[in-house]
Design a protein around this ligand. Structure first.
Ligand code: THU
Length: 157
């Protein structure tokens, strides 16, 4: 038996100004995408922006339903749309932002387990690391690949 320690490396930025031009553009697209949220039940509005390998940005927002499980997170809304319409392009980056009580959350929202699993699959399919930007009003976190937020990925491909 060996005991092993897993280290997760990530970057923290104190403001959007510190990001690269591309990352900033994606982060701002995620914040803008929040306006598409339909979240009358949780009142937690989330936006996601996916950058494809050709540079284009696809956005999505959470969609809720009176039959709660029928709703979908912002991340999967964006990724499913992206892949349905661009099956031959990789997803190179995803940014996520959340608004509560009309304010961008100070602490960045972190994706749920199901969204992480979907990110993992598209990262494998795309063949390149998918970077993850979690955009908060107080700070921004950047992860270099999906494994950083989902260690020991289930991957049957
Ligand atoms: N939600 C997202 O869209 N993305 C996340 O990363 C976390 C949760 C949505 C699902 C639901 O509509 C609302 O936020 C409250 O959980």
């Amino acid at each position: 038996m060996t005991k092993n320690v897993l280290e997760i490396e990530y970057e923290r930025y104190e403001s959007l100004n510190e990001l690269s031009v591309e990352d900033r553009e994606l982060a701002e697209a995620a914040v803008k995408a929040v306006s598409g949220a339909y979240a009358p039940y949780s009142k937690f509005n989330v936006g996601a922006a996916v950058r494809l390998s050709d540079g284009q940005i696809i956005t999505g927002a959470n969609q809720e339903n009176a039959a709660y499980p029928s709703g979908l997170c912002a991340e999967r809304t964006a990724m499913f749309y992206a892949n349905a319409n661009n099956p031959d392009k990789s997803m190179v980056s995803i940014a996520i932002a959340a608004v509560k009580d009309g304010q961008l959350c100070g602490r960045p929202a972190t994706p749920c387990g199901q969204c992480r699993q979907v990110m993992a699959e598209y990262q494998t399919k795309g063949g390149v690391p998918m970077t993850i930007l979690l955009v908060g009003a107080d700070y921004i976190l950047k992860f270099a690949r999906v494994e950083s937020v989902l260690p020991f990925i289930f991957d049957s491909l």
